[in-house]
Design a protein around this ligand. Sequence first.
Ligand code: SAH
Length: 251
Amino acid sequence: MQTGKVYLIGAGPGDPELMTLKAVRALGEADIVLVDDLVNRAVLAHVRPGARIIEVGKRGGCQSTPQAFIHLQMIQAAHAGHCVARLKGGDPFMFGRGGEEIEALRAAGIAVEVVSGVTAGIAAPATLGIPVTHRDWAPGVTFVTGHTRDGNSVNWAALAAARTTLVIYMGVKNLPEIVAQLLAAGMPATTPAAAVQSGTLGMQREVKATLTTLQAAMHAADIGSPAILVIGAVASLAAIDTFTEAAVKAA
Ligand code: SAH
């Protein structure tokens, strides 16, 4: 029997219309679809009837399928000649463990095709009109996780000095520590900041604040994970009212 292949597919940030045409085609080809939990279930409408859908969610702290088991499932299915679609939120190579999966699949001799997706770190700010780069405001953008394996491998001081826009994934829990480190590195307290929860979805929530007011603003607006945090001058372009501490006291 011929070995099957695996598509590593980005489903986009949430809005089903933000999935690529290529992703739609690949999903339609698959015999088996492994889905992460940040993927909007609406995109499964593109899976062909009769294909098997397996949920392999892995939200921080909750029950999730061990990564090694996901690798094994894909490898076994491909060796059995099946076409596998591995569907991930946003882009598969942006904090999505796509890197680990392509390594495991290649080591097993399986053909992999990567289908890029629209990442939440660009799409969520964009819903508010925040461009992650801007010729006048930010010479670049840094996509960074707020949640690292060992807890402190991000050099926040270096990022503060670089003056690029900071787009932080998985940063809600460690926000106080991140803010403290950026302030200690000399980033101005008044640096514009924004947070977007469930960006591009109907239930999206957002807030605009500053480096030092962001956490209180998120609390006041009841914003939690999954959220994208944007820190940098471009956040001032967010088309929503700026949060002030007075607003919280008045509430
Ligand atoms: N591969 C994904 C990111 C996976 S990491 C991508 O490219 O978008 C998971 C984190 O992404 C979440 O904790 C959150 O920080 C962010 N995220 C994913 N979808 C989001 C959305 N619709 N709105 C806001 N943040 C989102």
